[in-house]
Design a binder for this molecule. Structure first.
Ligand SMILES: [Zn+2]
Length: 277
């Protein structure tokens, strides 16, 4: 959907609401979990269970709940965020849709929640790598100067071209292997560098390593270059737009970045987001 089509389709709050009602075929009662039906000539939905009799609007249980921002601004924000090739800052969004900086920031955090993906287990061949992003050098009384950075673990599946990522405190064997076991199917192939926290992967996987300490980049098809290119992009993005990102929000930023990458071939990115509302 291009911008002209988008503007023609979603001019008013009413049009956005009706579209949302159309794509949300099933509305679930927040009180008892029964399906609901829409009352005629109203935005309200009524619970089918006689003893419950609960009424609610379509916004309940979505990211729009309890937001006083009109729905067409929400839709615009989602359109901009979904279609921006690079990172969009809260300041830019605030100016585009005419809301305050604080509102724009909150909207972005909500929209990022929709970007969390639930991909199936990876098969065949995957690359694993970890990196540290964000943060500043800080003085700690008991530990001296330390970088307050967040670790991000990435797994890239070469078969589907998709990425999964999570954040953690530091690279420990336990943390990394738990994440890999939960996301990569056993007996498939994994490429990583030869750091100590990956050494036990060969028990469950066909594990190939590249030795970065000997300046090896790739041996045949054993490499992690795709991932290294990917996280260098993330680091640059964070430096340009956000300057620094606190640990609290890092997972959301990483999710957004991964979502953009995983859906790079998708045409209707706005529709993709709206379906997850
Ligand atoms: Zn109910």
């Amino acid at each position: 959907m291009n911008l002209i089509e988008f503007i023609e389709k979603f001019r008013t709050d009413e049009e956005c609401y009706e579209h949302l009602a159309k794509i949300k075929s099933k509305v679930i009662c927040q009180k008892c979990g029964t399906t609901m039906y829409r009352l005629s000539h109203s935005r309200k939905y009524q619970c089918r269970k006689f003893s419950c009799n609960h009424q609610q609007t379509l916004k309940c249980g979505t990211i729009f709940y309890r937001s006083s921002t009109p729905l067409h601004k929400w839709f615009l924000a989602m359109y901009f965020i979904a279609n921006s090739k690079k990172w969009l800052s809260s300041n830019q969004l605030a100016r585009q849709i005419r809301v305050t900086y604080k509102t724009a920031w909150r909207m972005m955090q909500q929209i990022r929640k929709l970007m969390k993906e639930d991909l199936p287990m990876f098969k065949w061949i995957s690359e694993v790598d970890e990196t540290y992003v964000g943060g500043r050098v800080k003085w700690w009384w008991n530990n001296g100067w330390q970088r307050n950075k967040t670790m991000v673990v990435w797994i890239l599946n070469r078969d589907t071209g998709k990425i999964k990522a999570t954040i953690g405190k530091s690279a420990t064997e336990e943390f990394l292997t738990t994440f890999i076991f939960a996301n990569v199917e056993k007996h498939s192939r994994i490429c990583s560098d030869e750091r100590r926290w990956y050494r036990n992967l060969s028990l469950c996987y066909q594990h190939d390593t590249v030795c970065h300490s000997r300046w090896e980049r790739a041996v045949g098809d054993v490499y992690t270059n795709t991932l290294e290119w990917f996280w260098s992009l993330l680091k640059r993005g964070i430096r340009w737009i956000y300057h620094r990102v606190s640990k609290q929000w890092m997972q959301a930023y990483v999710d957004e970045f991964v979502w953009r990458y995983n859906n790079r071939k998708e045409d209707n990115l706005f529709g993709l987001l709206l379906n997850k509302v």
